[in-house]
Design a binder for this molecule. Sequence first.
Ligand code: AP5
Length: 216
Amino acid sequence: MNVVIMGPPGAGKGTQAKRLADRFGFLHLSPGDLLRQAVKDGTELGAKAKTYMDSGRLVPDRLIIELIGNRIREAQPDRRVVFDGFPRTLPQADALGVMLADLGQGLDAAVNVVLPDEEAIRRLTGRRVCRKCGANYHLAFKAPAKEGLCDLCGGPLYQRTDDSEATAKARFEVYRRETEPLIGYYGTRKLVQEVDGRGDVEEVSRRLEQALGLPG
Ligand code: AP5
């Protein structure tokens, strides 16, 4: 089963994709996470991606398609995959179709997580991430037990550079222009499942799992 999770910045794509990985064994593929790791590791890809990410712009399609293509080809053929934040442009969507077809597979669903902008901005600006293990927190909705420290590994929490209010707003504009058209692209292929992103993480998970027909 191959699933794409779409939605604006802060809609909860990463949180929900991680839950699908933990609960149902999906391979979680997130270009955002892979690029942040590349920046941290100081690789050539990280250096190329950083300026785009810091300003809220999309990293060029060629780099992203290569990054995800390599991961798909390395995955076990029978593994369920959840794509989080990919595709984000029409050329990426076409490329994903070709990559899956080459493996004799297809896409089973494109979940669109719907959330009002004000709520998404609140989630982004309050987000904190563990520098060591990458775990996600939120100052109001999921605060760590000890301020500034990760509950899981004790690592320091930081705010993503692209989560400032100004850059978050720029990411929304990019989303509307480049990524929202994919709802129509997958709509014509009868793959879109709309999921209400409001409410707590468990509530959204229940809706999403139901939409995908996964056992509750
Ligand atoms: P990426 O990391 O993918 O950022 P994004 O799509 O903007 O998504 P976010 O990670 O900000 O939000 P999310 O929807 O995953 O929400 P989350 O679950 O974290 O991409 C970053 C950059 O990389 C891009 O700008 C671009 O430069 C580049 N890039 C990535 N993919 C690319 C591609 N395909 N092509 C080109 N460039 C690409 O939740 C947010 C917060 O809310 C967290 O604090 C969380 O704890 C909290 N939260 C989640 N759910 C709930 C809930 N139900 N209730 C309360 N709080 C919640």
